[in-house]
Design a binder for this molecule. Sequence first.
Ligand code: FES
Ligand SMILES: [Fe+2]
Length: 346
Amino acid sequence: MFLKNAWYVAAWADEVTHNLQQITVLNQKICIFKSQSGDFVALEDACPHRKLPLSKGRIKGDTVECGYHGLTFDCSGKCVWAPGQGNIPSNAKVHSYPLHEKYGLIWIWMGNSALADHHDIFEIKNYNDPSWGINRGDAMELECNYLLMCDNLLDPTHVAWVHAGSFGQAATKSAPLRVKKTDDGVIVHRWMLDVEPAPFYKKVVGFKGNCDRLQHYEVRYPSNALIKAIFTPAGTGGSEGKLHEDVFIMDSYNFMTPVTESKTRYYWFQLRNIRPDDPELSQLMTDDVQHAFEEDQNVLNEVQKGMTNKTSPHIDLPIDAGQLRFRRQLQAMINEEVQVDKQMAQ
Ligand code: FES
Ligand SMILES: [Fe+2]
């Protein structure tokens, strides 16, 4: 089950061209392309006649021609030509999904179009601030349900085991977690004081010696995350109030798009508060993050198989508190949406 009235990432903007492409979001097949005028368009990928995917047809200017009998649709999904049929049948139309381009990503609204408001897209502080550098991320396919990745991004402890060579360090094995519910998600966070910087951060922080480290893991409904890392000289951390001048901050943005119940497309990029115009630093961080996310991918693909094929019950641990809270609230939102849909259908 998925929350439909929400924005999801459909693609990186530069992945979509003036060619028809099929993507799948929330189990729905979508034909996506860029119009001649440069607008992004997403149509239900099924001709209303015999359900040939429109992505198997042809793009003609700003219209899409079905590859079977030529019904032709404009960017709003309206049929504008029905060769040899006299009048255009009034029910010859396909759904057109609201899209919005933001942060180099194309966001798609999967629910009731009347409720789509692009101001509701995940807010990113500092995105256009020239004093912050960006590591342009990537996307990967996960062979798992999107909620397993949400769990992972509400779990600061896994870095000790999954990312021992990069984000993990001894303190991440046992420092206590704090869980906070917000209006639009859940945060699991902790400060670790007077600890050695983890290997990945040791290479990039601008100070020597021990640090105070914050792990802030936040997922907002339905499946968008901010993972904030703060490293500040030991003795200057413990709160996010006034930060030391040498503080290193990395905000990692992570967007999980459910493809099916057992497949997810995972998008990300990071912002950092140091050396914004240093391409070598960007490359180093991009490569290390990619490597770390492949470590997550390997674990989560196996967790999906393990949970699907389990022959004995699984257990929850105290470290799962934030994840369980997130899942409960998201399920309540989905249930409410289903109720509203049912009432509207009556
Ligand atoms: S299947 Fe598309 S026009 Fe016939
Ligand atoms: Fe991870």
